[in-house]
Design a protein around this ligand. Structure first.
Ligand SMILES: Nc1nc2c(ncn2[C@@H]2O[C@H](COP(=O)(O)OP(=O)(O)OP(=O)(O)O)[C@@H](O)[C@H]2O)c(=O)[nH]1
Ligand SMILES: [Mg+2]
Length: 238
């Protein structure tokens, strides 16, 4: 049975910290695409009191579009921001996208349609399946990303396990505990989530044009701790 598009509501969580130069472009593009594709979309912007006033811009956008804004008192980290967004979402399909346009906005219907039309539980924007990739990255960035990817390979069969771009049916995270401190909340869902059918959809990761990366060495240390925690979870569960 094909369930009609009307029965689905998509909530995309967008965590922001100092994304004032990107957020308006992203939001307007996402809603234009949703309209064209007749997809019912809400956005949840989770801002950590960005000094560049991203939070105020988000409030202005919320007057024009169905957007919920969550304002946290300071930079509390990407993982917990995404979890706060999930809690506020009213859709039955949840997704996560970065605010800096690294995840091209027009990919989102390609991630949502397999769930709506083919009953997939989870879709992942993937740089490491045929057709996907990254724009030119400096050597150190490549090494860090590949290192993080290989560390996660024992945990899941997903080829881009550190992807920050993914969509899933809400039930996938029912009754699972999320939100260990860390940057890669997707990996936690891929390891713990209740899903059977998943699909990796290729995309090209674009480098941000505006704003700065928030990743530092602290995030990598947290990431390794998280991988170890997830490995323990997997071992004890099976
Ligand atoms: N609310 C919130 N958002 C965050 C935090 N850290 C990062 N973000 C957002 O999470 C997304 C990903 O962060 P980025 O700094 O772009 O990380 P990245 O994509 O791995 O690195 P770059 O490609 O260098 O930008 C962006 O939308 C950020 O604004 C945080 O502590 N709180
Ligand atoms: Mg980025």
């Amino acid at each position: 049975m094909v369930i009609s598009k009307k029965n689905w509501k998509i909530s995309i969580i967008i965590p922001t910290f100092n994304e004032s130069k990107n957020i308006t472009t992203l939001v307007t593009q996402l809603f234009a695409i949703a309209k064209k594709e007749s997809l019912n979309l809400e956005l949840i912007i989770v801002d950590d009191n960005s000094p560049d006033k991203t939070g105020e811009i988000a409030e202005q956008l919320a007057k024009r579009f169905p957007i919920k804004c969550i304002h946290r008192e300071g930079k509390l980290g990407l993982g917990t921001a995404v979890v706060a967004g999930f809690k506020a979402a009213s859709g039955n399909i949840l997704g996560v996208m970065d605010a800096d346009l690294s995840h091209p906005p027009d990919i989102f219907p390609e991630l949502v349609k397999p769930i709506i039309e083919n009953n997939y539980d989870l879709t992942i924007g993937s740089r490491y399946v045929k057709g996907g990739g990254v724009e030119v990255w400096p050597f150190h960035r490549k090494i860090i990303s590949l290192g993080a990817t290989y560390l996660a390979y024992p945990l899941t069969k997903i080829k881009d396990p550190v992807s920050g771009l993914f969509f899933f049916k809400k039930e996938v995270i029912d009754n699972i505990e999320l939100g260990a401190k860390g940057y890669k909340i997707g990996l936690e869902i891929f390891v713990k989530g209740n899903y059977k059918k998943y699909k990796e959809v290729p995309y090209m990761f674009r480098n941000r044009i505006y704003g700065e990366s928030k990743i530092g060495s602290g995030e990598f240390v947290d990431y390794i701790k998280n991988v170890l925690r997830l490995a323990k979870y997997k071992l004890l569960k099976k």
